[in-house]
Design a protein around this ligand. Structure first.
Ligand code: BGC
Length: 427
């Protein structure tokens, strides 16, 4: 097939964001943060309290940590040694869905099925020890209304999860009940936090001057340390649920994707940024270019593999594109669809950086002096997707100017379990 250049350019334009629009969007993010903190329903950000602050670095002891939030569930026994040091004693990890075997994210699964599976992993992490009393910290990466550090109720599933009977429930009660059923009542869930909060706590345990945490993976979200969390409240980490922000202009593929998604109208920014949706958007754009209906089931890993194919004949890119669309492509076509992948990636990274600038402006004022600081970013998209780091850094420069030099983005790789253990230790 020969891709029409004009059509391609037209589609690529849909994913472009002018610097002025990006700046205005970061301003709108800052505005919604303030509204959300005041409890104004006009905000598209939930601004959820986490009931936790930052660790001192001196936390010690042995804790069970559970990381529940996307494709894999992880359970660990972690020994915190203080001075920012820790040791993983034991670690287990299993996917929530194995094609043809089970799928705990599906509507045919119940809350009990899902949490029994998690309890089974915890039991392995403690090596079947039903005697020692353990405190468990739980990273639960979905929007949850929190009444205290151990009471989080799932507001609504995101990332296309559909399991019945969890929405509206206290997730640590569900986990505690499952642990009892597994004979592991000696493990007591005592803290539940969002994965952004876990990334922030984990990074702050190791580095001073870290106030913002972000997850850029299957889902997308940020949190930060709010100095004025409410009247008479101590500084507290706020889970923004940035994925729900929608003062951002969708293109025609965003609109199509949203309409076909599990929860239309929700998580509009997440659907433009995160790994769960990038492949889907890419497929919809390709469909428009090649004039064949479908979304073709591309994943963000497919985009990564397509854009990083540097071979002369682009054979890997051609193979993936043909496999998904059922069409044949020349090397020149593959080149063009690599460019399309890059614009999808670039927009995602710009919007992620836009949210970080919005938080910095909220904390420091748009004209204020920006502190030297780290932003802790965890997640497979940030870590592995080609060009994401560079594009996000470039967008931060567009938004913050030279002050971007004061902002150091640090990977908070695998911080979810460490963060969960810290949350349990800080009680
Ligand atoms: C959830 C957030 C989570 C993010 C990253 C989103 O879908 O709503 O709570 O932090 O994914 O995992």
């Amino acid at each position: 097939m020969a891709i029409d250049d004009e059509k391609l350019e037209d589609v690529k334009k849909e994913f472009q964001i002018d610097p002025d629009i990006l700046r205005a969007t970061a301003g709108a993010m800052r505005y919604d943060m303030r509204l959300g903190l005041e409890g104004d329903t006009g905000s598209t950000l939930k601004m959820l309290k986490s009931y936790t602050h930052l660790p001192s670095g001196d936390e010690t002891g042995e804790f069970v940590a559970v990381d529940f939030g996307a494709t894999n569930v992880r359970a660990m026994l972690i020994h915190l040694l203080g001075h920012g040091q820790y040791e993983v004693v034991r670690k287990v990890s299993e996917p929530l869905a194995k094609p043809g075997e089970y799928d705990y994210t599906d509507e045919a699964s119940s809350a009990e099925d899902m949490f029994d599976f998690v309890a089974g992993l915890v039991d392995k992490a403690i090596d079947g020890d039903h005697e020692t009393e353990y405190k468990l910290g739980h990273t639960f990466s979905f929007p949850s209304d929190q009444a205290d550090i151990n009471d989080a109720r799932l507001i609504a599933w995101t990332k296309e999860f559909k399991t019945k009977g969890v929405e509206g429930q206290n997730v640590n009660e569900l986990l505690a009940d499952a642990l009892k059923r597994a004979g592991a009542a000696n493990v007591k869930p005592c803290a539940v936090i969002n994965d952004t909060v876990a990334a922030l706590l984990a990074a702050a345990y190791l580095h001073e001057n870290t106030y913002i945490g972000s997850i850029y993976a299957t889902g997308f979200n940020d949190c930060y340390l709010e100095p004025y969390a409410g009247k008479a409240e101590q500084p507290m980490v706020i889970n923004m649920e940035t994925g729900g922000f929608y003062k951002v202009i969708p293109n025609r593929y965003d609109i199509m994707l949203d309409e076909a998604s599990e929860a239309p109208g929700e998580q509009r920014l997440e659907k433009m940024v995160s790994g769960r949706y990038m492949g889907w958007l890419y497929g919809l754009a390709i469909s428009d270019i090649i004039g064949k209906e479908g979304d073709f089931g591309f994943t963000s890993i497919d985009i990564s593999n397509i854009v990083s194919d540097e071979s002369d004949d682009r054979h890997e890119a051609v193979r993936i594109l043909s496999e998904h669309t059922g069409m044949s492509f020349s090397t020149a076509d593959a080149d063009k669809l690599q460019d399309l992948g890059l614009v999808v990636i670039r927009r995602s990274a710009k919007l992620a950086a836009m949210s970080w600038a919005g938080i910095i402006w909220h904390l420091e004022g748009e004209q204020g002096e920006i502190r030297h600081q780290h932003i802790a970013v965890d997640g497979s998209v940030y870590r592995k997707m080609p060009r994401v780091k560079e594009e996000a850094a470039q967008a931060l420069y567009e938004l913050l100017g030279d002050d971007a030099d004061k902002v150091d983005i640090i990977p908070a790789d695998g911080g979810s379990c460490l963060g969960a253990a810290l949350a349990a230790a800080m009680i």
